[in-house]
Design a binder for this molecule. Sequence first.
Ligand code: AKG
Length: 263
Amino acid sequence: MKYDLDDYFFDLNGYIILKGAVQADLISQLNRSLDSFPTLPFKGWHGNVQRMDNNGDAGIELQNIVEAGAPFEQLIDHPSWLDRVKRYCGEEGTYVEGLFIDECFASIRRTGGFFAVHSGGHEAALRNQYKFLNNRFRCGQVNILLALTDIGPGDGATVIIPASHKSNIAHPRFLEEAGNTKEPPEGAIEVHLKKGDALLFVDALCHGACARTNPGERRVVIQRYGPSWGNTRYGFQYSKELLDRLTPERRRILQPIEPRTPR
Ligand SMILES: O=C(O)CCC(=O)C(=O)O
């Protein structure tokens, strides 16, 4: 396996920036779709997209945004990152090679919005783990954060602690502030992006976002990629009859997460 400079920096720092990843025309289409999106209450649905803000502070989060129309569908396998996410978390060269997006949402941040910094190598959860084994990347989850607006100082930018995907101990501020670190902790840097740039990072990297102080909106789309097996192996869906008659313990093993539908 031959690696390039971005692979080197991804391994070293846990992130890379893909400059101009998405062309201006598609960015405009994505923004227009969001402009015409109805205002939803928390947990309200529009088609198969649900507003479900991850925490009260970050802003509006429109989950399952891939169902919001053709422009969003183009992001699923966008050539600017597809090969790279396959390489980092797609189990390349194995019998389970392939990708699965387990979460995709648009995040709209207005003045005051922030995202407490979280994650880090010390957590070692399989889902977000950073691994490089036998000359292969074997990450659990790699995120694409695509900027739909320019993101500079005061805009509520994503913050990261470079190389923290390899940390063995928690950042002391996490412990002191019980996971609600509004001010980016020591070592964190703001990631400033132009619209169309994408931040690619392993979820084990300490990350979050600083508070937006400017007026207006910061808009991004976040897609979380993991290995293909984040699903039933051959795509079987369990019947309602079976799920209804199982004990809650058994059901949780076949279906750890309830399907979420508008009905
Ligand atoms: O909104 C951001 O910039 C960061 C989002 C984030 O930290 C997350 O989704 O885990």
